[in-house]
Design a protein around this ligand. Structure first.
Ligand SMILES: [Zn+2]
Length: 70
């Protein structure tokens, strides 16, 4: 597995759905490649941040104030 393949699979989410062989290849690549290791760490942190942000965005807004009839 090359860095480009690894990064692509990681960022596209394919790694999570990949078969065992691919996951082992990815794991081996992280073991030998400190750049992808660092990238994975950053990517995970970013995903967590985005996830938290998404949940924040999905909280329903307060209902709009009803116009008074007067
Ligand atoms: Zn790499």
């Amino acid at each position: 597995m090359k860095c480009r393949d690894y990064i692509f699979q990681l960022t596209s989410g394919q790694l999570e759905d990949a078969g065992t062989a691919t996951q082992i290849a990815a794991w081996q690549h992280r073991m030998i490649c400190f750049r992808c290791r660092a990238f994975t760490r950053n990517d995970r942190a970013l995903q967590d941040m985005l996830k938290g942000y998404g949940e924040h965005l999905q909280t329903p807004p307060a209902p709009p104030a009803k116009p008074t009839d007067s």
